[in-house]
Design a protein around this ligand. Structure first.
Ligand SMILES: NC(=O)c1ccc[n+]([C@@H]2O[C@H](COP(=O)([O-])OP(=O)(O)OC[C@H]3O[C@@H](n4cnc5c(N)ncnc54)[C@H](O)[C@@H]3O)[C@@H](O)[C@H]2O)c1
Length: 383
């Protein structure tokens, strides 16, 4: 068995996503399983080069994972032949410039979402990568979550009949940082630092909706900054300048209506932090990150409006769990494996920079809708 070594410059790897999802649970997990098996007995072997701003933090991370290669000099890494791929999980505002440099240096590129802070820059990056014939991809992890894969299975199997509407509920309470520390980084709550829930979450909703139910055509959105002050990582109070909740309706191809609430100012009275309900003529489903329940039209209880009596039925009892029917690996790791196969063997990988740009397009349209108080159309994008 031969190792097909793929050097990956991992920038922003000291952050939450970089360390936990991309390094520990994806790249290191792939190494722990012996690489990604290829036909003929070979295996792709990812060889990370960790990059960050603080030498102490990057060195500590490298040592924690037993890795030798790390640096604070991105350009030097980009100009070594040790790496074929540049991966970026930095704060969103730093991504575009680093990506331009990586593309100029001829690296294949993979990025966290959102690809950039605005659509124009996202399309610029997609065009640069395409013109340089470099493989490119954006993280679309929710597609690989068990709950979403079960939903997709139901759609593909025709369970719903004609899908009428989709309702998404995402969020949880992010502590303000005064009497309990905040569980998300403070830049998320400052627009000038690339924060805001619309830019953060609408890219996810775009690929979920596009891939499961139909292309998003139009949006109407109301955003809010509900919590005006928070406490940052240094214990200092700051004014929040970015939206921390968004209430949006998306119109999809084929007439499906999708409503999504996204909020960091909501307390969870749901089974999971993200839930989607899909209603169709033949049946309905409720999916979270892991679980998915269905109710067929034949087992739909007759609901009768009678406010003068206690509820007649335990409505949740008439739903049935969708079985796993397959093993599910970490969603980020699953997509990493597909991207590495795409680079190593040219296997299909549809989640390109152009797809990432569509997510930023939806975020931008949502913000415009909120600002201007109107529905905003989403034209087709091409390079
Ligand atoms: N796919 C998902 O579900 C998901 C979830 C959360 C965040 N994200 C995305 O991942 C990216 C990183 O988010 P995170 O939550 O890990 O953030 P984080 O604050 O925990 O980490 C940010 C990383 O960027 C680096 N960085 C580089 N320049 C910086 C600067 N000028 N200021 C601050 N940090 C700088 C930091 O050193 C750190 O390594 C963001 O683009 C975010 O949108 C994706």
């Amino acid at each position: 068995m031969a190792r097909v070594t793929m050097g990956i410059i991992m920038n922003g790897v000291t952050g939450r996503m970089g360390t936990n999802q991309h390094l520990a649970r994806s790249v290191m997990a792939i190494r722990e399983q012996g690489g990604i098996p290829l036909a003929g007995g070979d295996a792709i072997w990812p060889e990370p080069i960790l990059v960050g701003r603080s030498p102490e933090k990057v060195a500590a991370l490298a040592s924690r994972f037993g890795l030798q290669k790390w640096s604070t000099d991105l350009d030097a890494c980009l100009h070594t032949s040790d790496a074929q791929i540049y991966f970026d999980a930095q704060v969103t505002s730093q991504r575009a410039e680093a990506m331009r440099r990586a593309i100029r240096a001829g690296k294949h590129v993979y990025a966290e979402k959102p690809l950039a802070e605005d659509l124009e820059t996202s399309l610029e990056l997609a065009t640069l990568a395409a013109k340089a014939s470099l493989k490119n991809g954006v993280v679309q992890d929710k597609l690989f979550l068990p709950g979403m894969r079960k939903l997709k299975r139901l759609v593909d199997g025709g369970f719903f009949g004609r899908i009428l509407a989709v309702r998404g509920e995402f969020g949880y309470w992010v502590f303000e940082g005064d009497w309990q520390p905040a569980q998300r980084p403070s830049w998320n709550y400052r627009r000038e630092d690339g924060g805001g829930i619309i830019l953060d979450m609408f890219p996810h909703w775009r690929y979920v909706l596009d891939n499961l139910f139909g292309g998003v055509r139009r949006v109407v959105c109301v955003g809010a900054t509900h919590v005006p002050r928070r406490i940052d990582e240094r214990g200092e109070s700051y004014a929040t300048t970015a939206d921390d909740a968004a209430y949006a309706t998306f119109e999809l191809e084929g007439g499906i209506v999708a409503q999504f609430n996204s909020s960091w100012c909501v307390r969870v009275y749901r089974d999971e932090l993200f839930n989607i309900q899909v209603d169709g003529t033949e049946g309905s489903a409720v999916a979270g990150l892991w679980h998915c329940k269905v109710q067929h039209r034949a087992s739909t209880p007759r609901a009768v409006w009678d406010p003068d009596r206690p509820p007649a039925a335990a409505y949740r009892e008439h739903w049935q769990e969708v079985p796993d029917n397959q093993p599910f690996d970490n969603a980020f790791k699953t997509q990493w494996e597909l991207f590495l196969r795409h680079v190593a063997r040219g296997e299909a990988f549809p989640w390109s920079f152009l797809e990432g740009a569509k997510g930023v397009q939806l975020a931008e349209a949502g913000m415009r809708s909120w600002r201007e108080g109107r529905r905003v159309d989403l034209p087709d994008l091409s390079l």
